[in-house]
Design a protein around this ligand. Structure first.
Ligand code: ZN
Ligand code: ZN
Length: 376
């Protein structure tokens, strides 16, 4: 099979999953404006960017893309199996929806839209359909729920994104040193990710040293790395639209006993979660498991964020591993496990891997070492 045929097979299968949900929700059609949803549904690689230029409309029999003319040629070229009706945009997206639905001549047709639709878009949609009998139905997050379960093609791309990220980290260890500024470290790491094959970054790289490492979402500053610092690096490659996400915390110079104690506690929490996570466990149970380990060390109150999140086309997607998520994980979820301890004014440690949830356990995509690294 050619690569294009393989992609069509994945697309066909994802359309099938979506149509099953459309039937369950008693809808006649479902629309989305999120380009990540179209990227997932079409399985087309290297066509879409973050620009919300496309409307996707799926019915029981057909799948439509209404797109900006700048993308139309590229989408036509991908549509070799004819799974999609691709139309370059001449009217507004919602006038197009109205015209397509009018062709069915059905009264009281139920059109689903996702809860993430922006309010102004919802109002425009409602207005475009005001003279029709179409009923608008809010559906929740149909796409996000489907996208939370990865197929083998997605797992392949996620593994590749992480392999690039691991390779960039190995190279960073050859050049990172005291005296460099956080911004220099982040810039050079970004360049290294691209050199190793990243098409883009999955998100803005974090390089946080010394007291800045106590901020889970620190932006790189002009602070220079010093002996005695923790250095937290949180970064990931984007490969064929799929994200990687990893964190490692290094010590500059020889680690003190206090640094080792904090590091070992975070690593023990991460190790315990990865050993226990599997389908059927809830996001809350996974989060609690990390907190229990940190509590034994008196550090649970310094773990100030949730344990992890799903990763796919977006770096943050479902399911979340947090106190709020009482839904069981299912085989095919891809999640991060990223406990952290943050001591204001002192520094912090976070260790993050990501991988696949299976019936029997967790398979990490991250192959970088976990033992404490001292940059001497
Ligand atoms: Zn991260
Ligand atoms: Zn993360």
């Amino acid at each position: 099979m050619t690569q294009r045929q393989t992609q069509s097979n994945y697309s066909r299968n994802r359309l099938k999953l979506l149509r099953a949900r459309i039937r369950e929700l008693k809808l006649d059609a479902l629309l989305t404006l999120d380009p990540a949803n179209l990227r997932w549904l079409s399985a087309w690689q290297e066509v879409f960017d973050d620009e919300p230029a496309h409307l996707t409309l799926v019915t029981a029999k057909k799948a439509y893309i209404h797109t900006d003319s700048r993308y139309a040629d590229a989408l036509h070229a991908r549509n070799t199996q004819g799974l999609w009706q691709v139309s370059p945009k001449v009217t507004g997206h919602f006038a197009y929806v109205q015209a397509v639905l009018a062709r069915t001549h059905r009264q009281g047709l139920r059109l689903g839209y996702e809860s993430t639709l922006r309010l102004d878009q919802y109002k425009a949609l409602k207005k475009a359909l005001s003279k029709t009998s179409v009923k608008l139905v809010e559906t929740g997050r149909v796409f996000e729920d489907l996208r939370a379960i990865k197929d083998e093609e997605e797992i392949r791309l996620l593994r590749r994104a992480q392999a690039i990220t691991d390779a960039a980290f190995a190279e960073l260890l050859t050049w990172v040193r005291c005296g460099m500024r956080e911004q220099e470290v982040a810039n050079r790491l970004d360049f290294t990710l691209r050199e190793k094959g990243a098409e883009d970054l999955a998100f803005k790289t974090i390089a946080a040293s010394g007291p800045n490492a106590a901020l889970p979402h620190a932006r790189p500053t002009r602070r220079r790395l010093r002996t005695g610092d923790f250095l937290t690096l949180d970064f990931g490659a984007r490969y064929r639209d799929y994200c990687a996400d990893m964190t490692r915390t290094l010590v500059l110079g020889e680690a003190t006993d206090k640094q080792r104690r904090i590091y070992d506690a975070v690593l023990a929490a991460q190790t315990q979660v990865k050993a226990g996570i599997r389908a059927g466990m809830t996001g809350k149970q996974a989060d609690e498991s990390a907190r229990t380990v940190l509590r034994a060390e008196g550090l649970d109150e310094s773990f100030t964020h949730s344990l992890g999140h799903g990763v796919g086309i977006n770096v943050h997607e479902g399911p979340v591993l947090s106190q709020q998520n009482t839904a069981p994980l299912v085989a095919g979820n891809v999640v991060t496990v990223e406990p952290g301890v943050y001591l204001p004014g002192y520094g912090g440690v976070r260790i993050e891997d990501f991988g696949l949830v299976g019936e029997r356990g967790f398979t990490s995509f991250t192959s970088s070492p976990h033992a404490l690294i001292e940059v001497l």
